[in-house]
Design a protein around this ligand. Structure first.
Ligand SMILES: Cc1cc2nc3c(=O)[nH]c(=O)nc-3n(C[C@H](O)[C@H](O)[C@H](O)COP(=O)(O)OP(=O)(O)OC[C@H]3O[C@@H](n4cnc5c(N)ncnc54)[C@H](O)[C@@H]3O)c2cc1C
Length: 637
């Protein structure tokens, strides 16, 4: 398939402004005649639904939680980037653009990234106007801290709960529209299929999570803002409900899936402690501003950290990357931790951990100074591990965290299905092969507040819409499809729990398509996944009925999709014979163990097309062109 990104011509500095001007407009009085569906009420979905409602469209917004404000965005801790340059330390739109393209290892679209850097400024203004309580300096200006992959301080934050505060802002804006009647909110309603009529996205099929009722909703365009698929690894920092269902089912209706293997492993999470754990906890990257990462120099050194003298410690990030030190990007920090643990220098009972030490920071800032910046994170760590991070260093290890891959979208954020838009973590758009810290919140809000309100209008004004009815054959077929999936899951009546299958899938993925990948492992995963999927279909036990609140049924439906997506991820990872960002193919590394890209053959977005059950997905390639930031070996030394 030919992928038309619709990127405007250069100069890049004016691309978005010119593009906005060229987009058709919907007359204010006509907006109420259009209906839009927004699936998702996290930062991307809530900001989109609120902005579209404010413009006067008829919006229906859906989420599976009991309230829009419980979306997973609420978990975001560390902050949100913006190139305001309040610190006067050399930041600019261009520098944020440059850092993001480089941080993504030259696998993102330049024009999208430039627009994101530009819009970062508007986001902060918008959120401040909403009353988001960002941290401030003594003089009243908003405070900033540093995140990985940048040598300036551009991360705005609200202690360790930035996502929660930003989401409260977006939620208020959404509630205002709900109150005004422009947005109708459907909570505990899960989208299970997309309705495509005459080649255009025209609605969704949902299941009411309380009573199992299957229902269709029709509209002129559909926006998916359904988050990331990191839970394919079972253990991840994501909320337990995060899933791939909405985008996966849209993929099966014709939306191409881009770069599915580009997943992010975050370097600073609380290490796994046992077989029965079902969730991992992130320790925000912001901690790397003041915490120093180290391991004992001697392999197998089991002394408590306090008994290891300074001279016998290896601050390996500071040693290997003196320019960025502890603030190297996540992919690099994660691989470096793994290398230390593989070499036997890991700490803690399992040996799968490294220290994140605040002793120096406490000496410099005092205990209260550290508590002021990271108090809630330290409390959380102590509650989970029983260790006091003010007294002994935290133990951390990498974990699955974020997915750069997602549905392919053009510059307007429209997928390959006309009228289907994809925002936030659910799309593939801006982060290439590795997302820089504090850039996901920025992207979700840029998409929702500042991009979709323009681009969806351009589509509506330039498209003629046939009348569609709830009796249309396509609607009935999609409803029957959803009913069939549910029936099959409940009907298997096997012996194994959903979680036992998910745990097994997670292990396969972590071992073969996680921090390090190689051809042999990927081939092995491609052999194991279909047979696990087959066993799941025959032998899963889903207790209860459809017509009730049934969390096992919800989980089973989501896992069924993960079991298919996992295969596509491995296929994508196998096809990309290079290392870039979070995609580290062990066969392709420099002598120093860094990712070795192959720009000649792989400077493209890999977009996969569903070709029918049992058919091999078809690969299309969107070539990437770098007119501004010339691809080079990433160096943080
Ligand atoms: C622990 C943690 C900390 C993080 N900290 C930061 C940070 O400091 N800075 C940063 O930039 N990024 C951070 N991130 C990443 C960031 O939080 C996410 O990428 C971002 O919040 C995703 O927002 P979203 O709106 O795309 O999706 P989400 O917030 O995940 O929202 C998804 C929405 O879709 C709905 N949904 C999903 N599927 C369906 C369906 N089938 N039917 C109906 N509704 C559906 C859900 O109900 C929800 O409302 C962090 C991530 C984690 C896990």
């Amino acid at each position: 398939m030919e992928l038309k990104s619709g990127v405007p011509s250069n100069p890049i500095e004016t691309s978005w402004d010119r593009h906005k001007f060229n987009l058709k407009l919907v007359n204010p009085a006509n907006k109420r005649k259009y209906s839009l569906i927004v699936v998702g009420s996290g930062l991307a979905g809530a900001s989109a639904a609120a902005s579209l409602g404010e413009l006067g469209y008829n919006v229906q917004c859906f989420c599976y939680q009991d309230s829009p404000r419980r979306a997973h965005s609420i978990a975001a801790q560390g902050g949100i980037n913006a190139s305001k340059n309040y610190q006067n330390d050399g930041d600019s739109v261009y520098r944020l653009f440059y850092d993001t393209v480089k941080g993504g290892d030259f696998r993102a679209r330049e024009a999208n990234v430039y627009r994101l850097a530009e819009l970062s400024m508007n986001i902060i203004d918008q959120c401040v106007a909403q009353g988001v309580p960002f941290a401030r300096e003594y003089g009243g200006l908003l405070a900033n801290r540093s995140f990985g992959g940048a040598q300036v301080s551009r991360t705005f934050y609200a202690r360790g709960q930035t996502g929660q505060q930003l989401l409260l802002g977006a939620y208020q804006a959404l509630e205002r529209q709900i109150g005004l009647g422009t947005v109708k909110m459907f909570t505990r309603t899960e989208m299970l299929d997309l309705i495509v009529i005459n080649g255009k996205a025209r609605g969704i099929v949902t299941r009411d999570m309380y009573d199992g009722k299957i229902q269709s909703f029709l509209a002129d365009a559909v926006v998916l803002a359904t988050g990331g698929y990191g839970n394919v690894f079972y253990l991840s920092t994501n909320a337990k409900g995060c899933n791939t269902t909405a985008i996966w089912r849209a993929y099966k209706r014709g939306a191409l899936f881009a770069n599915p293997c580009f997943t992010q492993i975050h370097p600073t999470c609380i290490p796994v402690s046992g077989e029965y754990q079902s969730k991992l906890t992130l320790m925000s990257e912001s901690l790397r501003n003041d915490g120093r990462i180290w391991v004992p120099k001697k392999a197998g050194d089991k002394r408590p950290p306090g008994q290891i003298p300074e001279g016998e410690r290896d601050y390996y990030l500071e040693r290997r990357y003196p320019a960025f030190g502890n603030l190297v990007p996540r992919d690099i920090a994660s691989r470096a931790s793994k290398a230390e643990c593989d070499a036997g220098r890991g700490v803690g009972e399992t040996g799968l951990g490294v220290y994140l030490d605040f002793a120096d920071a406490i000496q410099r800032l005092g205990r209260n100074g550290v508590a002021e910046r990271y108090g809630n994170l330290c409390d959380m760590y102590e509650r989970i591990t029983g260790e006091n991070p003010y007294q002994v260093p935290m133990r951390i290890f990498p974990a699955s965290h974020y997915t750069m891959g997602g549905l392919w979208v053009d510059y307007n954020l429209m997928s390959t299905i006309p009228g289907l838009y994809v925002l936030g973590e659910a799309n593939f758009s801006d982060h290439g092969a590795n997302r820089l810290g504090a850039s996901a919140l920025m992207q979700g809000l840029a998409d929702g507040y500042f991009i979709i309100p323009y681009t969806v209008g351009g589509y509506l004004a330039g498209t003629s819409f046939e009348k569609v009815s709830a009796d249309a054959a396509e609607v009935k077929e999609a409803e029957a499809n959803v009913a069939g999936i549910t029936r099959r899951l409940l009907g298997a009546k096997g012996k194994r729990t959903v979680d036992s299958f998910h745990r097994e899938l997670g292990k396969i993925m972590w071992e073969n398509c996680g921090m390090g990948r190689n051809e042999k492992g990927l081939q092995e995963a491609l052999r194991l996944i279909p047979s696990l999927r087959e066993e799941f279909r025959k032998n899963v036990r889903v207790p209860g009925e459809n017509e009730e609140f049934n969390q096992s049924l919800e989980k089973a439906g989501r896992l069924a999709d993960f079991l298919e997506l996992a295969e596509l991820m491995c296929l994508d990872a196998l096809e990309r014979n290079e290392s870039c960002g979070g995609h580290f193919r062990e066969e392709y590394q420099t002598r120093e163990g860094e990712a070795l890209r192959d720009d000649e053959h792989y400077t493209y977005v890999a977009a996969w097309e569903f070709t029918g059950e049992g058919g091999a997905p078809a690969l299309s390639k969107e070539p990437l062109v770098f007119d501004y930031v010339k691809p080079a070996q990433r160096s943080y030394k």
